[in-house]
Design a protein around this ligand. Structure first.
Ligand SMILES: *[C@@H]1O[C@H](CO)[C@@H](O)[C@H](O)[C@H]1NC(C)=O
Ligand SMILES: [Zn+2]
Length: 265
């Protein structure tokens, strides 16, 4: 009995050893590929002391100009994560987007339709990204290299797809003005006051350019508040020391185009 048992377990061990050799060697190229696949970096906050990056999602929309003028007036830079077709159609804001780009603000992608990228197939995610890239190419002659995931949702697969397409970073946030969940102006003001009081701790702040109150009330108050405490208001790339000139924020892919029938949402 004892001998038989030992014999059996030895046989099993041997069989397993034999099995594990081919299975390991056939699985490892795939596994190796999966672990070696580059993944885009995800940033949850800023790193440069004394800097704050105000970010604005979901545009372009009808208050875009006003917001950019407000930032320009105060010598502040913003970061805009644009959709292709969400509140507005990106092609209808081409002139405004060019002005924003020329004023040195950061423009990044937020997907074409504000999709939850963790719910998409790889193929659909490629489409969501490529349509925004096409719009950037036509409007600006560049491809965006920075991204903000809608709803803040991102996973390994999406990070791999973003890296495959050449993206250099995905930004989340450490402060949320609360505008997209219906918080009041006074709530957002309080968030900014609290944020200001932590100077020089760097911050990455979430806002949406699609709320009138964000553009007309919250931001005009927040900018001087932050600056009074000493914050320098820079792009998300600058507050993370990822490059301080737009040469590294985009890939140049040709000249801007003239509007024609292909500019459709
Ligand atoms: C629009 O313009 C681009 C660039 O000049 C050109 O390649 C494309 O064929 C045009 N498309 C249409 C539908 O006119
Ligand atoms: Zn969004």
């Amino acid at each position: 009995m004892f001998i038989t048992k030992t014999f059996i377990s030895t046989s099993i061990a041997l069989a397993l050893a034999c099995l594990s050799l081919p299975s390991t060697s056939s699985a490892s190229p795939l596994e190796g590929l999966a672990t070696r696949s580059p993944k885009v970096k995800v940033y949850h906050t800023c790193s440069v002391s004394g800097s704050a990056a105000l970010t604005f999602d979901d545009g372009p929309y009808k208050w875009h100009d006003q917001l950019v003028n407000e930032l320009n007036k105060k010598g502040a830079k913003g970061s805009f994560f644009l959709n292709g077709n969400n509140y507005g159609c990106i092609y209808d804001y081409a002139e405004q987007i060019r002005d924003t780009y020329n004023s040195g603000h950061l423009l990044g992608s937020h997907t074409w339709s504000h999709a939850d990228i963790t719910q998409l197939s790889r193929r659909d995610l490629h489409t969501e990204l490529s349509k925004v890239e096409t719009a950037f190419k036509k409007i600006l002659g560049v491809k965006p290299l920075y991204f903000r995931p809608p709803f803040g949702n991102i996973n390994t697969e999406a990070r791999e797809v973003l890296a495959e397409r050449g993206y250099q970073g995905a930004f989340l946030w450490d402060q949320d003005s609360g505008d997209s969940v219906g918080k009041s102006i006074s709530y957002s003001d309080k968030i900014y006051r609290k944020t200001s009081n932590t100077f020089p701790t760097p911050h990455l702040v979430l806002n949406h350019e699609t709320y009138k109150t964000t553009v007309k009330d919250v931001v005009p108050q927040a900018l001087p508040e932050l600056q009074r405490q000493g914050y320098s208001l820079v792009t998300a790339t600058e507050c993370l020391d990822l490059g301080d000139d737009s040469g590294s924020w985009y890939e140049h892919v040709g000249g801007r185009e003239e509007r024609n029938d292909s500019w459709q949402c």
